[in-house]
Design a protein around this ligand. Structure first.
Ligand SMILES: C[S@@+](CC[C@H](N)C(=O)[O-])C[C@H]1O[C@@H](n2cnc3c(N)ncnc32)[C@H](O)[C@@H]1O
Length: 200
């Protein structure tokens, strides 16, 4: 194994360790028994359109999707990570030193300067919308609508293999859905697009 592959493997292992420790501390906030697999992470990243504007990642956790977004071609300077856990944020800051990181709550997205200065191209969410309290989910989805503009794509995965309207932010219409079997457990990705004329 060459040096670069060894480093990637080590970084993944460290991310995995931080993720599991946070899961034991706060399972509802983490909402998953394992970090996202590289297959799930790559599929989510592949739905981010090319173009201008920032790409916001909500709940990056150990960084599996962050790594896939960068490999997909999202520039580090265009990426903004929003992670609530202090321990996972410290890990992300070390793993992705060139990427903007907000240690904060997705319930307050519209207050973050980084999301007010530039249009938002895509919002890629690993937030556990099915295990967070309903009022929290409602507020997060409202905030997603507030920072979005025409064409913004909202990408969310869940472990519900059937589609549902949960996870759809106001102003968005369903664009596409994909099942990813090679993840523990298998996951469904839904992508939504902000309708022109939905500006709030
Ligand atoms: C399913 S895990 C992340 C999975 C991630 N793709 C990985 O592979 O590590 C969900 C993440 O969302 C974060 N989170 C939960 N609620 C949040 C909130 N309100 N704002 C920001 N992050 C939140 C958790 O701390 C956790 O890191």
């Amino acid at each position: 194994m060459n040096e670069a592959n060894k480093q990637t493997r080590n970084r993944r292992a460290v991310g995995y360790w931080h993720f599991m420790r946070e899961f034991v501390r706060n399972p509802r906030q983490i909402g998953a028994i394992c970090p996202s697999s590289p297959f799930l992470a790559r599929r989510m990243a592949s739905l981010v359109p090319a173009g201008d504007g920032v790409v916001v990642e909500l709940g990056p956790g150990g960084g599996a999707v962050t790594a896939a977004l960068l490999s997909h071609g999202v520039l580090a300077r265009d990426l903004v990570l929003v992670e609530r856990s202090a321990a996972l944020s410290a890990h992300l800051a070390k793993r992705f030193p060139g990427v903007r990181l907000i240690q904060g709550d997705a319930m307050h997205l519209s207050r973050f300067d980084a999301l007010q200065r530039q249009p938002v191209r895509a919002i890629v969410s690993s937030l556990p919308l099915r295990s967070l309290p309903r009022a929290v989910v409602r507020q997060i989805l409202e905030q997603v609508g507030l920072v979005s503009g025409p064409g913004t794509v909202f990408i969310q995965f869940s472990y519900a293999l059937r589609g549902s309207r949960q996870g759809m932010a106001p102003g968005f219409e369903r664009d596409q859905a994909h099942l990813v079997w090679r993840n523990l457990p298998p996951a469904r990705i839904e992508a939504f697009r902000f309708r022109a004329g939905s500006m709030q």
